[in-house]
Ligand binder design. Structure first.
Ligand code: HEM
Length: 269
């Protein structure tokens, strides 16, 4: 392959990632706004029982500890969802290094708290979905804690190249629950009815698949992207860029459908 071809390929790859990131941030921040205007507002106005309009086991009268755990999980979700994109944007890191360090420490701490509170909600409190989904989200929690540990370790070792790679893996893992919702709404839009799962029990082959895909697909694409960045194969670079574009289209449809379907309407409850 000629050098010009390779440069064109890398440009396409970079555009694919930039467009993916811009749309993902938009969708994640709409999700954060929903958590603020629905869950946090209910808490602030003394109506935490309103959580149950969205979470079947959200607020349980008499279970103070469980309610506090869910409250912490929901409030910290806002900070981690808003802070993630700011943390991995190179320009922010470059121009505001002190912000990067503090936001990073907060991000890592919250990532641990989200994982531990999430595990409590799944295994002690009980949540919707079946055992397969409970296992897959628990693996997600363990992977978040591993990635958070490695991100901070490489920063302390001053190995910033590896630190950045782990920070992006952590960002993708933290957004697993968001990818699940976006993937779910894409699927509903595609079929216009529940397919591959039972809408009452919220179990079924499609949801089992999605609960693992929520982190396996983003992580796999990121590894492909890292390989493509170094590759001199035009074909490989273009295939990777096309896969990222395809995921962006799926994600865009999912974000639109989830926003219209639940996030915006629930902001007015
Ligand atoms: C670290 C990133 C995470 C974020 C940002 C996050 C955010 C959220 C949000 C916003 C909700 C409310 C759901 C909605 O209205 O759509 C929620 C619910 C929930 N989360 Fe998390 N979460 C994270 C990780 C986890 C993990 C790792 C687990 C499990 C190990 C978990 C378990 C749960 C459970 C059980 C619910 C209630 C779902 C239900 O039963 O309906 N979360 N989370």
């Amino acid at each position: 392959m000629t050098k010009a071809n390779s440069i064109n390929g890398k440009k396409v790859l970079n555009s694919a990632v930039t467009v993916w990131f811009a749309i993902a941030v938009l969708g994640q921040w709409i999700f954060a706004l929903y958590v603020l205007l629905f869950y946090a507002k209910a808490m602030a106005t003394g109506h935490s029982e309103n959580w149950n309009k969205a979470l079947p086991n959200g607020y349980v009268t008499g279970d103070t500890l469980g309610n506090v755990v869910v409250g912490i999980h929901l409030l910290l979700a806002i900070i981690i969802i808003v802070g993630g994109p700011l943390q991995i944007t190179p320009k922010v890191r470059e121009y505001a290094p002190t912000f990067h360090r503090w936001n990073g420490r907060i991000y890592i701490t919250i990532a641990f708290i989200m994982s531990v509170t999430g595990l409590y909600m799944v295994w002690v409190r009980g949540s919707i979905g079946g055992i397969v989904q409970h296992i897959s989200i628990s693996i997600n929690a363990i992977l978040i804690m591993i990635a958070a540990t490695l991100t901070i370790k490489y920063a302390m070792d001053r190995n910033f190249k590896t630190h950045r790679i782990w920070a992006i893996r952590l960002f993708l893992l933290v957004n697993g629950v968001w990818f699940f919702r976006v993937g779910f709404f894409f699927w509903l839009t595609l079929h216009q009815r529940p397919v591959g799962f039972d809408p009452i029990t919220f179990e079924g082959p499609f949801l089992s698949f999605l609960s693992f895909s929520q982190y396996i697909i983003p992580l796999t694409l990121f590894e492909l992207y890292l390989k493509a960045k170094k590759s001199s194969s035009k074909k490989f670079i273009y295939i990777t860029a096309m896969l990222i574009f395809l995921l962006t289209v799926i994600m865009g449809i999912g974000i639109f459908a989830a926003s219209i379907g639940i996030w915006f309407p629930r902001m007015n409850y």
